[in-house]
Design a protein around this ligand. Structure first.
Ligand SMILES: O=C1O[C@H](COP(=O)(O)O)[C@@H](O)[C@H](O)[C@H]1O
Length: 232
């Protein structure tokens, strides 16, 4: 499919099959890290794609009370907003067996996300890092995490040498100010998973390097190749 830097391509016939297989795989990774470190950590994306997978993952039998969960990126909206990634996680992942996981919110009451960076970085540092697993989504504009095309600080968010673990982003191609993990935090993860559905996004992935989409910071690097989980 013309995507370099991907360790493995997992294709499924249906969203249901993808959701179940990916949830089982993530649970396996978390279990392995629980055995190795005694604790595990997972960063998940928001948007519409992961909802079904969250429902499957929530049912996995794990020592969830030793698993930290946070967001790859958050939209700077109230946590009861329909657009809140935290709300998506609370409603779809943090119940049933996974209800005892340690969720670390990426939202404060600051009006501007820039003013929350110090507090949120301290919260992030309370999580066992590197993450056992980071699950990325992708928008049809080629953004992943909240690394948006045309954002004025995109180069800073994608600087592999940056010591900042979090940054903010004001997208041009989407609503809401964002808070996001930076590239080095994602690249340090035990495993990077790219969860994408639909033909349109597959074309975006195939064009990512040529068109300099932010997702190419993941798909074109070889330090920690991501696996791609896709269904039409
Ligand atoms: O705004 C966001 O969009 C992407 C993709 O979302 P989707 O609705 O196309 O699945 C998501 O990965 C990111 O976490 C979210 O903040």
């Amino acid at each position: 499919m013309g995507v370099t830097g991907m360790s493995k391509f997992h294709q499924f016939d249906s969203r249901e099959a993808l959701d179940q297989a990916l949830a089982s795989h993530v649970a396996l990774q978390l279990r392995a890290d629980l055995n190795r470190r005694g604790l595990a950590s997972l960063a998940v994306s928001g948007g519409s794609t992961p909802k079904g997978m969250f429902a499957c993952l929530a049912q996995e039998k794990l020592d969830w009370n030793k698993v930290y969960i946070t967001l790859v990126d958050e939209r700077w909206v109230e946590t009861d907003s329909d657009d809140s990634n935290e709300r998506l996680v609370r409603e779809n992942l943090l119940h049933g067996p996974a209800g005892s996981a340690r969720f670390v919110s990426m939202k404060t009451q600051h009006e501007d996300a820039n003013d929350a960076l110090a507090e949120l970085t301290a919260r992030l540092e309370s999580i066992p890092l590197p993450f056992s697993c980071v699950i990325l989504g992708m928008g049809s504009d080629g953004h992943t995490a909240s690394w948006f095309p045309q954002a004025i600080n995109l180069a800073e968010l994608l600087d592999p040498t940056s010591e900042e673990r979090l940054g903010t982003c004001q997208p041009v191609t989407a609503p809401h100010q964002r808070i996001t993990l930076t590239l080095p935090v994602v690249l340090a993860a035990g495993e990077i998973i790219l969860h994408v559905t639909g033909q349109e996004k597959r074309t975006v992935l195939a064009d990512a390097t040529k068109k300099h989409y932010p997702i190419s910071a993941i798909t074109a690097q070889h330090d920690n190749p991501a696996s791609l989980w896709w269904t039409p």
